[in-house]
Write a protein that binds this ligand. Sequence first.
Ligand code: SF4
Length: 421
Amino acid sequence: MTASANPHRVIPIARQDAKSPVSMSQPIKTGFALEALPPLSLYIHVPWCSSRCPYCDFNAHQAPDEVPEAQYLQALTADLEQALPLIWGRQIHTIFIGGGTPSLMSTATMDQLIAMVRARLSLWPDAEITIEANPGTAEAKKFTAFAASGINRLSIGVQSFNDTHLKALGRGHDAKQASTAIELGLRAFDRVNLDLMYGLPGQTASQWKAELSTALSMGVQHLSLYQLTLEPQTVFAKFPPTLPDEDVLSEMEAQIEQAISAHGWDRYEISAYATVKERSRHNLNYWTFGDYLGIGPGAHSKLSFHDRIERSVRTRNPEQWMQSATRQDGSHITETRRLSPADLPFEFMLNALRLRQGVTTRLFEERTGLSRLALSAPMQLALERKMMTSDPSQLCATELGWLHLNTLQSLFLDDEAAHEG
Ligand code: SF4
């Protein structure tokens, strides 16, 4: 439901596929070694939604009349158990239950899911456990039970507080239901995030200002703000609505900066806003090149070992994934790819540069096993273009670099042509 929480939106694995996929049975010498393994997160995908939004390109599917919850839980259990040998002895720092709309699942199933995970994995005592929810009334009523199961953070897909815009987005809730869900969410959880979108069909800058002001007045701890974009293979790509022009979008972005700073929060990542204490630890683990195991259809994983880093992807179709995961023969994993040292600078910087403060150069060495010298050539280019700050101990984009983030990230591709851009 949110771009940031779902690993497949963080790393465009399709681009990486151009470089010879390597299976686990075909070891290659990668030439690097990790001193310590990074923090490990767990992502659990639930693929069903009550209806499909016209702008959505996530692995989300219209829910059948009866969601096969028991079968789904059994498949998640089988998926997790098959992955256990890859993460033996490691503790889980954060869990994110995303989708789709996981809050569609019954409270009993969610309780069994959390218990199933706890029985098989060791969780940090204060592990952050987030669930995504939509503001539909039936789902909001479940919040107290979700919290009682051990979930301690809620992310609500509000998207807008304006009924006209919600309708244009094909959302199944209205502004009143959104407000009620937030109230119920705040009663059940200490930490609540709202997803909101701007640049909506027919939206004016003053309407967006009002939306922002409403969101910030709700008493939530975190906002994720996304500009609506027309993604390929969506209904909006086929029948594009009229969106605000560049000038209006710039004004909306300026309003965000102004409102967030007046509220005493930071924009700590491209789309994420909160105080330091309320930052999303799960997403921070993605952005700092931490590890994650993703289970469920279409889920992506990135796992480090002392001598290698691997990415893998699971079967995307929910039915096929359920069948193959339950067979326990490994066929639910469609691709496993070992990252080469040449991939790592781009992979690392793609994430790290999203952070306003960047990361330390030392973290690059810890997480990739490479020397900082591996960044020398692209860093030189970035410095010449004034897109990164000159502190050698910190990898951080300047304002200009952040404004042209795609160009800056592409400097770190292992591809001479990309450096010409
Ligand atoms: S609620 Fe809409 S946007 Fe969210 S995952 Fe489902 S279809 Fe996609």
